[in-house]
Write a protein that binds this ligand. Structure first.
Ligand SMILES: Cc1cc2nc3c(=O)[nH]c(=O)nc-3n(C[C@H](O)[C@H](O)[C@H](O)COP(=O)(O)OP(=O)(O)OC[C@H]3O[C@@H](n4cnc5c(N)ncnc54)[C@H](O)[C@@H]3O)c2cc1C
Length: 296
């Protein structure tokens, strides 16, 4: 199907893009990679009357290290992350996530910021970045504000973004060693959205788990932090009994829906299995062992 008729704008600055957003209000949509919006327009799930394309706005592309954080502009593509040696070395959890997102064509166009703004409950970036200290930068005619990712996404396909706001960047704290992270996704076919996914980021304190964060994707309306499991693991020596109890808490934290990808029971079971795999890989990486980028 063809999209409904729309008017297309290609601003050269954020100020111009914001002015267009204010002028056209709820009838306008921002276009970044177009890998979610264009399919939705073709299916007529979305029919914006005005499309404001960010792709010619200067200064929004790529990623860089700044003040101990990985800073990604609003046009940082999935493929930019995949090609980053910094991400490969310091944030393997992100490398796991990007290498399991869609296919090469989608990764060449789709953006990290667009994925967060879209807030698909099965999206890989929302799930993986929820295990990290992730902050979203938002511009509006009133200035710039920031929101931690766990406050930015408020429901399925819903964020705190107002009608006159644009995400200009996403930043992630670069964890200091010794630490490790991993993201494990279960999908029906390569390139599909997740049936369930789990991200784990661990900091070691001697041979104990120091700080631990556990995020769940496709296991609720929005990414979930398994806080009770995190609290249980914090400061503890790894053991089978501890991990059995943590796994149960991860299952309890999940809030999956029955759908064509699986039943509630099946997804809850997957949550526990994926947690064990992600935790093991994160610990191995924290201890300096080589673990290949993860694919289930
Ligand atoms: C075949 C296929 C397979 C896919 N598989 C996966 C997968 O396995 N895992 C996965 O996570 N994703 C998958 N995707 C989605 C893909 O990752 C998208 O790139 C991503 O969801 C949206 O990013 P985008 O830059 O393409 O955003 P767009 O499609 O341009 O925009 C999406 C939404 O976000 C808004 N938006 C975008 N950027 C901004 C901004 N800077 N400020 C404010 N609002 C903004 C838009 O207005 C729109 O509402 C797949 C897509 C396709 C087509």
């Amino acid at each position: 199907m063809y999209p409904a008729e729309f008017e297309y704008f290609s601003p050269r600055t954020i100020d111009e893009a914001l002015w267009l957003l204010v002028k056209h209000g709820e009838d306008a949509k921002i276009l970044a990679g177009g890998q979610s919006l264009i399919p939705m327009m073709k299916l007529r799930i979305a029919s914006p009357r005005y499309l404001i394309d960010l792709n010619r706005v200067d200064g929004l592309g790529g990623l860089r290290e700044e003040g101990g954080r990985l800073v990604m502009g609003a046009l940082c593509r999935h493929a930019d992350v995949e090609a980053s040696p910094l991400v490969g070395e310091r944030l393997p959890i992100m490398m796991d996530a990007v290498s399991q997102t869609a296919d090469v064509q989608v990764r060449n166009r789709g953006t990290v910021a667009g994925s967060l703004a879209h807030a698909d409950p099965s999206g890989d970036w929302p799930a993986a970045l929820m295990a990290l200290d992730t902050v979203v930068t938002i511009a509006s005619p009133r200035g710039t504000r920031t929101a931690p990712l766990d406050e930015f996404i408020v429901d399925a396909y819903t964020t705190v973004l107002g009608a006159d706001e644009i995400v200009t960047g996403v930043s992630v704290a670069i964890p200091s060693a010794p630490c490790g992270g991993a993201y494990v996704k279960f999908e029906k076919r390569a390139g599909d959205f997740a049936v369930a996914s789990v991200g784990v980021q661990v900091a070691l304190d001697g041979d104990r788990c120091g700080g631990v964060s556990v995020s769940l994707g496709a296991l609720g309306a929005m990414p979930i932090r398994a806080r009770a499991a995190e609290a249980l693991l914090q400061g503890q020596q790894e053991s089978v009994d501890l991990l059995d109890r943590a796994e149960q808490l991860v299952r309890d934290a999940s809030q999956p829906f029955d759908d064509t990808r699986g039943s509630v029971d099946y997804k809850r079971h997957l949550a526990g299995v994926l947690f064990r795999r992600a935790f093991a890989a994160a610990m191995d990486r924290a201890r300096g062992r080589q673990v290949q980028t993860l694919h289930v």
